[in-house]
Write a protein that binds this ligand. Structure first.
Ligand code: PBG
Length: 326
């Protein structure tokens, strides 16, 4: 048969396939989200996230030995606060010497080369379970910024390398940036959750932190999943306000948004492969409905292919084992 172009020739062996592979995935692309809680000797599995735990500090440090031995070089640390510590103002988030801040300092001391990202939003500390200050069931924007500024300054003082504002209030990046700079923390980076959608895929994470909103939903601040051009506006503002990296969240239903930001901004794009995306693959694999390892690698590769340089993913450890050749 006279077929002059035979694309299959480039797939004929593993060596040739690897030679022409367009996208690569490396362990250093991962940021591993981890959960820390108060207490001693705690390692509690998150019900809806098999293989993911909330650790008290000592156990977290042990786990980090394993994590760093696998070659993972960045983590994103989230605190789980007891209900009794929460209030309207998220005051626990900017007190000094809380277990969360102490954990950051302790990790930095023991693993100086590990990049630590911290979460900047009120929800883990808020008795309303919202990312902003609530008044008469409304989420106040500007009053929230003042709390975020205090929270991020405390995190920077504790040793955070990257601040991750995940709340979607307007103007937060500029406000946080200038407050950090004013206080001498010009080297602390900001990875902005720029296009964060009001998504059903955060469910398991809210189990992990016991941080679900007590009323309503997050639709007045997180984005409508139907919108794409609005993501450009959000990204533009964050870029202008000084974000060092832009993030899209969730990842899988928003690969087009990752691509859009990748094409329009010359700073690194990150994607958050969120808890629900992890849970879906795990649940199907546990049922024997799909090959969990292959699905995991395909998911991660697709996020890189879409244009994300770095990936926040609960799969980080498992994928690292595979990438390291076991
Ligand atoms: C909240 C926050 C959320 C996640 C990260 N930070 C949840 C939310 O917005 O309700 C979700 C992460 C995940 O689902 O893995 N500030």
């Amino acid at each position: 048969m006279n077929i002059s172009r035979r694309p299959r020739r480039n797939r004929k062996s593993s060596a040739i396939r690897d030679l022409v592979q367009e996208t690569t995935l490396q362990v250093s692309d991962f940021i591993f989200p981890m959960f820390v809680q108060e207490g001693t000797n705690q390692k509690v599995e998150v019900k809806s996230m098999p293989g993911i735990y909330r650790f008290s500090l000592e156990n977290l440090l042990e786990e980090l030995k394993e994590v760093t031995d696998l070659g993972i070089r960045a983590i994103d640390l989230f605190p789980n606060y007891a209900e009794s510590k929460k209030d309207r103002f998220a005051s626990e988030s900017y007190k000094e010497d809380t277990f969360y801040l102490k954990a950051i300092t302790a990790i930095k001391e023991k693993f100086p080369d590990l990049a630590i990202m911290t979460d900047a939003a009120m929800d883990p500390y808020s008795s309303d379970g919202h990312d902003g200050l609530v008044e008469n069931e409304k989420i106040l924007n500007d009053a929230t910024l003042e709390i975020l500024a205090k929270m991020t300054l405390a995190q920077a003082k504790a040793g955070a390398d990257i601040i991750g504002p995940s709340d979607m209030m307007d103007g937060r990046i500029g406000y946080i940036r200038s407050n950090l700079d004013l206080n001498g923390f010009t080297d602390v980076s900001i990875m902005s959750y720029s296009a964060k959608y009001a998504s059903a895929f955060y469910g398991p994470f809210r189990d992990a932190l016991e941080s679900a909103p007590k009323f309503g939903d997050k639709k007045t601040y997180q984005m409508n999943p139907a919108n794409k051009r609005e993501a450009l506006l959000e990204a533009q503002l964050d870029f202008q306000e000084g974000a060092d990296m832009l993030m899209v969240k969730p990842a899988l239903s928003y690969l087009d948004i990752i691509r859009l930001l990748h094409e329009n901004f010359d700073i690194p794009i990150a994607a958050y492969n969120v808890s629900g995306e992890y849970a879906m693959v795990k649940a199907a694999a546990q049922n024997g409905w799909l090959d969990g390892e292959r699905a995991m690698m395909e998911v991660l590769m697709s996020i890189r292919r879409a244009g994300a340089k770095c990936i926040l993913t609960y799969f980080a450890k498992e994928a690292a084992v595979i990438l390291n050749g076991r």
